[in-house]
Structures are given as C-alpha cells and as structure tokens.
Design a protein around this ligand. Sequence first.
Ligand code: NI
Length: 141
Amino acid sequence: MTDAIVEITRCEEFSAAHRLHDPRLSDEDNRRLYGPCNTDHGHNYILEVTVRGPVPASGMVMDLNVLMRILREKVLVEVDHKHMNRDVPFLQGVIPTAENVAVAFWKRIEPELRPYAGCSLRRVRIWESRGNYVEYYGERA
Ligand code: NI
C-alpha cells in the first residue's frame, strides 16, 4: 500500500468504416469540408483507454482484464467491422470523426468504472492512422 496515484492503459484495435458527412450541409459543402473523407472508407483504429487511481493492497489500480472486458463489451463489439454512420446505435446523429468517436466512447466507458473505488477514467485516445490520434479527457467547454 502506497499513496501513489498511477495511470494504467489498455490498448485495443478495431476496424470500422465511416464517412464524414454533415446532413445539415449541401453535398457540395460536404465535399469541400471533408474532401475524400466524405466518401465511405475505413480505418484500422487503435483505442487506448487510461484509468487513474491509487494503488491499493492488491498492487493493482484496477484489474486490466476487467478493463479489457469493459472495452470489449461496451465499445468494441459495437463498432468492430461496422459502419459507424449507420450500424452503431450510440453513434446515431454523430459525425464519426475521431474526436466525436472519442467523446462517445468516453460516455460508454466512464459509468462502467464507477464501481471501482478510487478509479477514474483519465483519457480516451484513438489512433485513426499511424500519423493521427485524438485524445479526450472528459472536459467540456
Ligand atoms: Ni476516415
């Protein structure tokens, strides 16, 4: 038992299709705004979820297998090999940019951590490609 606060991270991969399209805009404006991302295409995403908390007598902030199970049951089974614009109930009405997907994943994951004393969701990071990732820390403007 220490008074240390430690962050632990679970990484998962999933593949999904999407299209960036704002139904409030014309087709022409959508093409101008989103370019090639306005058409259907897919990514091999990497999801990294970080949980922060004290290190109890067990030595584990949280069992990483439990975190893995939460990610698989609440997020991955819903999005893997799906089209995010039309196949994923919790993404309906959301333009599935990595930013918006990160926020939507946060909302799915965060309540699942409440039973684990002292643990809190710290960060959701989504790699959309080798060069691009987004991070959400639960903040609101
Ligand atoms: Ni894309």
